[in-house]
Design a binder for this molecule. Structure first.
Ligand code: PBG
Length: 334
């Protein structure tokens, strides 16, 4: 707003609106609600298991029965979506990643368990090969190169197996070219016209994914980095090209990832395209906040909400966050 539109002091005292909690509430521009949250959960084999993830204090890997239980609580609190990430048994990881489209893989079993419980919560699944790849990459590696087009064929098979298991929202997080179009076409052809695609359109080659790779057991496997397919953190314009491309191929919603270091990108995407835009507050962001909170250096009640509200202010419609359940409990109390 140009400053000549504001009456000069003392006619304008910007502190007037801040004088009480009532006037602050009345003039508040953004709010965080439970319906803004997507909760990422890690799944593992076994029964009755909740296994802490060392680098993500407060986060556990859950066996399918426990995921089911957690989904019930999340649905009860009004969280609209849960996002599944499998910790795959290392013996099932192969260079061809065939476990990714096994109808009985962990992710598909968990999806069926949640869907058959008839809960009012959307199940989101992850399309990328890294949990199934013996070399830890999101794509197939041929002669040392992460190859694009063969990977897209594999991702289509993976996405179809997830749709067959009952996934409501499919989230391609692999950053291959052409995968949104190929998956969209396959979904149409196989009788899944209503499955949503939430494209990880602007996903950066980030250091903030470290704890996630521990959580899904991909850290040890990964050779090299993901810079040939994930974005260079120095780029902004390119994110807009990727979003435009994925929308043109049939994405319903787009995501920026990581979150807090890329709020400028969230804002630009929302401003330019006006489509449902999400941010992923990734594992490293969670770990940073939790580490400081656990040391008593930051007040968790304040910084968690503040960090999530920032996404709303930047223009996001929702946030994938490991804090989702805690935040939903807190919002339910208020
Ligand atoms: C991989 C994938 C990653 C995350 C979600 N899907 C990691 C990566 O790209 O290496 C990261 C999420 C997080 O850090 O919380 N397809």
């Amino acid at each position: 707003m140009p400053s000549d539109k504001i009456a000069p002091f003392p006619k304008t005292r910007l502190r007037r609106i801040r004088q009480s909690s009532a006037t602050r509430a009345l003039t508040r521009e953004h709010t965080l609600s439970v319906s803004d949250l997507i909760w990422p959960v890690f799944i593992c084999e076994g029964d009755n298991i909740e296994q802490p993830v060392a680098s993500m204090p407060g986060v556990v890997r859950r066996s399918v029965d426990k995921v089911d239980e957690a989904a019930k609580e999340a649905a009860g609190l009004g969280i609209p979506a849960i996002c599944l990430f499998p910790y795959t048994n290392p013996q099932l990881k192969t260079p061809d990643c065939a476990e990714a489209w096994n109808p009985e893989n962990l992710s598909n079993r968990a999806t069926r368990a949640i869907k058959s419980a008839g809960l009012d919560i959307a199940v989101m699944t992850d399309v990328a090969l890294d949990p199934y790849n013996s070399n830890g990459h999101d794509g197939l590696v041929v002669d040392g190169e992460v190859v694009n087009d063969l990977t897209v064929d594999a991702l289509v098979k993976q996405a179809l197996s997830q749709a067959e298991a009952g996934a409501d929202i499919i989230g391609p997080s692999d950053m291959m070219d052409g995968r949104i179009g190929a998956i969209r076409l396959a979904l149409e052809e196989h009788g899944f016209p209503n499955v949503l695609l939430l494209s990880y359109a602007a996903k950066y080659a980030s250091g903030f994914y470290g704890p996630f790779r521990d959580a899904v057991g991909a850290s040890g496997a990964l050779k090299g980095d993901k810079a040939t397919y994930q974005m260079d953190p120095a780029n902004g314009q390119e994110a807009l090209r990727l979003v435009a491309r994925d929308l043109s191929e049939g994405a319903d919603m787009v995501m920026v990832k990581p979150g807090m270091p890329y709020l400028d990108i969230c804002h630009r995407v929302k401003e330019q395209f006006g489509v449902p835009t999400f941010a992923y507050q990734v594992s490293g962001e969670y770990a940073m906040l939790q580490a400081a909170i656990q040391n008593g250096w930051l007040d968790g009640d304040k910084v968690i909400m503040e960090s999530l509200l920032a996404f709303k202010r930047a223009g996001c419609d929702g946030i994938l966050t490991y804090f989702a359940l805690d935040v939903a409990r807190k919002l339910a109390k208020n």
